[in-house]
Design a protein around this ligand. Structure first.
Ligand SMILES: [Zn+2]
Length: 343
């Protein structure tokens, strides 16, 4: 029995030493230590052993089992270590491969256009001023010469903050309201642009949105004339659309300016000869402007006998759409990254 056990253990040990794979170790474990394994069969043959020798044989079997188990475990650790080393080797990063670029955000076309406009006017000595988007009716309409019954108030289809028909709080329909706040401060002269969001209850289509952006400009000083307005806006147009850009002023009517005009720029696509972009006109309408109405100055406490001024308003989206030749305003608000990353 003793010899038999030794033979089994020797055989098992030599197989363990010769094994070159993890799976082999499992096979050996099953063959010697499993339910039908060789060592187990020795225990089963205990009945043939004399009763007084049984404890000794039992102990020998247990010792053999422990020895085999620890050898298997030892060999297994060696294999696992080797496997891990191979895995690490195979997963080595090739640092010479080009990396996947992370997504980097960038400025929205509206923001690019706004910063361009701000740069131009700051360069001419203007201040950039902001104001509240929720505004008193007075600053949005009345102080700009648009009294309660004025048709311009209907045209603008204002969002009132409360459903009360007599509500005097509105979402500003234009950023001109900021100009009133500045004039009221009484610090003259004024040279400012007021960019910001404005709101009108328009249906969304290719050229309208209930929320859009405006840039209003205001200059008030002594001896400001229409020539100053024309010169300033001509410089602005050249800076935005190119050195060859010409400007044209057509008489118009706004309640807060007198005289008032609309300014067109020569088409920067065809240079004025007419193309699809300018609908064959050669000119593109760009902004509204005029000399500040004396009554508007008076309402804000400025003496129209001493001071004059001009004002203009331009849609930021209009600039962005023209500059980047985008034909649908909705694209600016949908935030589709495939569209936005082109700019
Ligand atoms: Zn054209």
């Amino acid at each position: 029995m003793k010899e038999k056990l030794k033979a089994i253990v020797d055989e098992a040990l030599s197989q363990i030493n010769a094994s070159d794979q993890l799976e082999k170790l499992n096979e050996i474990k099953v063959a010697f230590l499993g339910k039908k394994g060789e060592l187990t069969s020795v225990l089963k043959s205990m009945k043939d052993v004399a009763p007084e020798e049984r404890p000794m044989v039992g102990q020998m079997v247990n010792e053999a089992r422990e020895k085999l188990e620890s050898c298997l475990e030892e060999k297994k650790t060696v294999f696992m270590k080797k496997l891990r080393e191979e895995q690490i080797k195979s997963e080595t990063i090739d640092v010479t491969l080009p990396a996947t670029k992370p997504m980097v955000g960038h400025r929205h076309p509206n923001t690019i256009a706004l910063e361009e406009v701000e740069r131009i006017f700051i360069g001419m000595g203007y201040e950039v001023v902001e104001g509240p988007e929720v505004e008193f009716d007075y600053y949005n309409f009345e102080a700009l010469n648009i009294p309660a019954n004025h048709p311009a108030k209907d045209e603008q289809d204002t969002f009132y903050v409360s459903s009360d028909a007599h509500s005097n709080i509105v979402l500003r329909t234009q950023t001109s309201s900021i100009q009133v706040h500045e004039m009221e401060k009484g610090k003259l002269p004024i040279r400012m642009i007021a960019p910001g969001r404005a709101f009108r209850s328009d249906e969304v289509d290719a050229t309208h949105s209930p929320s859009f952006h405006q840039i209003e400009g205001l200059v008030i000083d002594k001896n400001i004339t229409f020539a100053d307005l024309k010169g300033t806006l001509a410089v602005f147009a050249k800076e935005i659309f190119g050195e060859d850009t010409k400007v044209k002023f057509r008489p118009h009517h706004f309640p807060f300016t007198e005289p008032s005009a609309e300014m067109d720029v020569s088409c920067f696509k065809c240079g004025g000869s007419g193309c699809r972009f300018c609908k064959g006109e050669g000119w593109i309408e760009i902004l509204g402007c005029g000399m500040v109405h004396p009554h508007v100055l008076e309402m804000s406490g400025i003496d129209p006998e001493e001071y004059t001024g001009f004002a203009f308003g331009v849609g930021l989206e209009r600039i962005a759409l023209l500059k980047y030749e985008i034909d649908d305003m909705r694209l600016l608000y949908e935030n589709d990254t495939r569209f936005l990353k082109q700019f």
